[in-house]
Design a binder for this molecule. Structure first.
Ligand SMILES: [Zn+2]
Length: 399
């Protein structure tokens, strides 16, 4: 992914360089094509990367049977962890090195897909995960990857980034390379029916945050805005549906597609301050990513809304989702109210109940948030004090 220089003016169309890297195969039952699709990529020996929950849900067995029926040899790594660490990637690599795969499949949530990507970096290019932090650090070609999401949230299936936590520093490293992007993403809404309610809630809120942060990021362009708008439109309505009617396959499909399109939006724009503020909450308090992002998002929208360009961008995305009429001046507040309503519906807290000791950590959290890469793409620049204010608003204190 390459990022264009800062816009010469608010009204100018920003330049972009877009090469679709990932073929999207969407539809109920589309996972049954995995064997044929892998063969199309020239696969003979496949490494299937997944996690224990996906094995328990029966999805790994379903994919295994399909691959074997297509005459493919299969090796399974089923120990992908939530917020995968460098150790988790090393464990996967050890299995991969024995199996000599020619194709990798990531089956699961963002964790399984990112573990698969991380393993692909090390298997093909050597070294350690830390070597690939940043953009475009892999010099050799990587193995073809098929991504099969079973959650509607991260959009990892449409991105060239692997997010891996450094075991020693506990910092989340973003390792981006166009070669790491999946060649094919199989989007089968049926696979997302097995998400536990809590995963549906956290992953769904993350997807909504992806759509909104990319829509206003200072790297947004005509193409990314198209993805952000469509992703938000799909997710903001379908999220309430999947929370209240989890078996609604139509709504599950809309969430899955929306989350994938939000992933495309990230690939062509960037995230912002809600993600920058969320990462330290996950690192220090173990708060699930989607919950941390949902907690910070309303405060970030209000913060950004002080800037007229952001107000316009929020207004456009709210109008595209038919939440307001075009040019509506109160669009940011409408968005905040909608996010808060969805947080309530999802049973996710709007304020973080925390002890005095945790409240005292706000300056440290703010310091770390300013160092997050995503903070640099927020449309309104943030100082450490700005992050302190955002955290103070999100912390309920002594509750
Ligand atoms: Zn996210």
């Amino acid at each position: 992914m390459s990022h264009p220089p800062a816009s010469p003016g608010p009204q100018a169309l920003r330049p972009f360089d877009y090469k679709p890297r990932t073929r999207l195969v969407f539809g109920v039952g589309s996972v049954d094509q995995v064997g044929d699709l892998a063969r199309e990529l020239g696969a003979k020996k496949v490494l299937l990367v997944t996690d224990p929950g996906i094995v328990a849900a029966g999805h790994a067995e379903h994919v295994r049977r399909n691959l074997e029926q297509a005459g493919l040899q299969l090796t399974l790594f089923d120990q992908a962890l939530e917020n995968p660490t460098t150790k988790c990637v090393d464990d996967c690599l050890a299995v991969a090195k024995k199996a000599h795969p020619d194709t990798i499949i990531g089956l699961g949530g963002g964790s399984a897909m990112d573990t698969a990507k991380g393993c692909n970096f090390l298997l093909t290019n050597g070294g350690r995960m830390q070597d690939y932090r940043g953009v475009g650090k892999a010099s050799k070609p990587m193995l073809p990857l098929i991504a099969i999401p079973t959650t509607a949230g991260t959009g990892s299936e449409c991105q060239s980034a692997a997010l891996i936590v450094d075991d020693k520093t506990h910092q989340k490293m973003a390792c981006l390379d166009p070669k790491a992007a999946a060649r094919i993403a199989i989007l089968d809404p049926k696979l997302t029916l097995s998400q536990p309610p809590r995963v549906t809630a956290c992953a769904g809120m993350d997807a909504i945050a992806h759509a909104l942060e990319t829509a206003v990021a200072n790297t947004r362009n005509a193409l990314s805005i198209m993805y952000s708008s469509e992703a938000f439109k799909l997710c903001v309505r379908a999220f309430a549906e999947v929370l209240t009617h989890p078996k609604d396959l139509e709504a599950r499909g809309q969430m899955l597609l929306g989350a994938a399109l939000a992933g495309m939006a990230i690939e062509n724009s960037m995230l912002g301050a809600a993600h920058a503020a969320a990462n330290p909450l996950t690192a220090h308090f173990g708060i699930v990513h989607g919950q941390a992002v949902g907690l910070m998002l309303p405060h970030v929208i209000r913060f950004n809304a002080h800037q007229s360009q952001s107000r316009k961008a929020y207004s456009a995305v709210a109008a595209a989702a038919e939440l307001t009429s075009p040019g509506h001046d109160h669009a940011p507040e409408t968005l905040v109210k909608r996010i808060e309503m969805l947080l309530d519906l999802a049973g996710m807290p709007r304020r973080l109940a925390c002890s005095d000791a945790e409240t005292k950590m706000i300056p440290l959290l703010a310091e770390e948030a300013t160092r997050q890469w995503t903070a640099t793409f927020n449309p309104r620049p943030l100082s450490k004090d700005d992050f302190v204010t955002l955290y103070e608003r999100a912390f309920a204190g002594n509750a």
